[in-house]
Ligand binder design. Structure first.
Ligand SMILES: [Zn+2]
Length: 256
């Protein structure tokens, strides 16, 4: 198959050739030719006045979240089937704008792995690199995704659980985040001293956090950021001492 457009950006040079002709075999670009290299009679698909470019890679995405003012409430209102359908829609929207690879760094119920495997088969969709539910502290950032753990053993078990499920990457919520008030991205996930990071390297001058996170200890003290009345509208977060079983619906597991 031959494909042409007015311009192409290959990413390997800052040159942008005009009227390139892409030779495609078995779904892969095998050569970029110029118009003069192709016979007049060749069957060339012309995409018109556009610029071709390599597929974009989104390295930090959460397909489970939408762009509404309260994506957490929307997520909690969805059962897994509805959420998977929503994630499927988001993945295709990304593909439509040129994102061909998505690294999903936090889902609920390992749903991004299901999408990943579907798209790796015969179904059209972006390539997905998936973490499954992010590992977080009790009350910590994105606890509502089902990844709350406590203690070093809890963290180890959570990593093993994810490895057994076939995740591509482990996501740890080292900091808080805007989606989980009152935590924030410039603070530890559940407030000092709940997280204590150990690093083999010294923290560089001017850096607030260790450069290499090699192990983490979660102290079983109550979080200083335990939800207040006004922030419990999303129901109480789990405080399990082992990885929280993945919730199959919008309700978080009961507090231990
Ligand atoms: Zn994230």
């Amino acid at each position: 198959m031959l494909l042409t457009a007015r311009r192409a950006f290959t990413g390997t040079t800052d040159q942008v050739p005009n009227d390139p002709v892409l030779a495609i075999e078995d779904g892969r670009i095998v050569e970029i030719l110029s118009r003069g290299d192709v016979a007049e009679s060749a069957d060339v698909v012309d995409l018109g006045n556009v610029t071709l470019l390599p597929g974009l890679i989104d390295v930090h995405q959460h397909l489970a979240f939408d762009a509404s003012p309260d994506p957490v409430a929307q997520l909690q209102a969805d059962d897994d089937a509805a959420l998977l359908e929503r994630m499927h829609r988001h993945a295709h929207r990304a593909l439509d704008v040129g994102i061909t690879t998505i690294r999903d760094l936090g889902d609920r119920g390992y749903l991004s792995l299901e999408l990943r495997d579907r798209f790796a088969g015969t179904e059209v969709g972006p390539r997905i690199v998936a973490s499954g539910p992010p590992i977080t502290t009790p009350n910590g950032h994105c606890w509502f995704l089902g990844g709350s753990v406590e203690g070093l053993d809890g963290i180890r078990a959570a990593v093993r659980q994810r490895a057994a499920r076939g995740v591509d990457v482990i996501k740890i919520m080292a900091s808080g985040g805007n989606m989980t008030p009152p935590s924030g991205p410039m603070s530890p996930s559940s407030g000092r001293p709940s997280w204590r990071w150990r690093s083999k390297r010294p923290t560089p001058p001017g850096c607030r956090w260790p450069s290499t996170l090699t192990a983490a200890r979660l102290w079983p003290t109550p979080s200083p950021w335990a939800p207040t009345r006004s922030s419990t509208a999303r129901s109480s977060p789990p405080t399990a001492s082992t990885p929280t079983p993945v919730s199959s619906n919008s309700s978080p597991p009961a507090a231990a």
